[in-house]
Design a protein around this ligand. Sequence first.
Ligand code: ATP
Ligand code: MG
Length: 368
Amino acid sequence: MSDNVEETLESSTSQESLRASQSRSEKIEADLVANPGNWRVLTGDRPTGELHIGHFFGSLANRVRLQNLGVETWVLSADYQVITDRDGVGPIRERVYSAVANYLACGIDPAKATIFTHSAVPALNQLLLPFLSLVTDSELRRNPTVKAEWEATGGRPLSGLLLTYPVHQAADILFCKANLVPVGKDQLPHLEQARVVARRFDERYGRVDSGSGPVFPQPEALLSEAMNILGTDGAKMSKSRGNTIEIGMDADTTAKLIKKAVTDSDRNITFDPENRPEVSNLVFITALCSGRDPQEIATEIGDGGSGQLKKLATEAINERFASIRATRAELLAAPEYLEEVLHAGNARANEVAEATLAEVRAAMQMLY
Ligand code: ATP
Ligand code: MG
């Protein structure tokens, strides 16, 4: 088979599996409303910087929605993943607590959700050892998400932790037996890796036939509409690009950054993401923050130019995040509560991870 034919086959297969994932996600969405108790969701972030409004609209708001439907929600601050592609941890403590403050201020409720960190849950990390025996190095090297993350490091030698990070992520998902992971389509390969690990573990350690069912459920993807909020430089808003509007920024800093945001020279404001990405992004953010229609906002500004657009965008962001920012500031001013929340989350994660590891030991006959 020529390379071209192979490539076409590969991409049509992946188109097909993407469509399958989309239609499965629609069914799951319906079931989440009808039977929220059937589902357990795991999500998380790397504490590599401050969470921004791209995170809020692309991910956090959806976590809060799922939690409020009554779905058991686990939120991981993935501190070990910080060092997959950098030499140090940075101001990790501040970043983890800042993330916890953001989670709570945005509506994650510690009475309903478990917020925890990798480093505090040894039994989770221990799952990595049996799991690593279930994958091959060529599988890991082929993983498109690993490739993309590695390319983003600009020629840095690939660390063992970055190479194996889909397996670590499988441990994150499987230790708490989450059966649902909200992802964008670029993260489907990670989820597939977790499914493979779950399946192979049970094939190899055979609890399937014992009548007690598999140790691990095969987690499913909840595919979200890819939302791509751009930063002030016109590229994807990203912690590591310094182009973000942070959730916790104050109103003046927000105004200053939006004032400097890249736009174009056409005075007439339109919503045309394909041809005018920067202008349309500001219109879109304004729409998301105010719950209005982007076309309507663009028409209203008309010949008002980017000055008027930036004014509206700034007002909309500052209004949307005002109470979140106030709550966040209060939480950070009295960090004892944040510590309590994280310690309780870590304690619960340890309990669950120990129980899962005990099942893994039993399945592997490592009971001494
Ligand atoms: P880093 O620079 O460390 O890669 P980041 O700012 O790109 O950080 P990620 O941790 O890669 O953030 O993103 C976590 C999740 O947040 C993504 O999978 C996505 O769901 C959401 N997200 C991040 N950035 C955006 C964005 N600009 N627009 C929409 N969603 C986003
Ligand atoms: Mg990123």
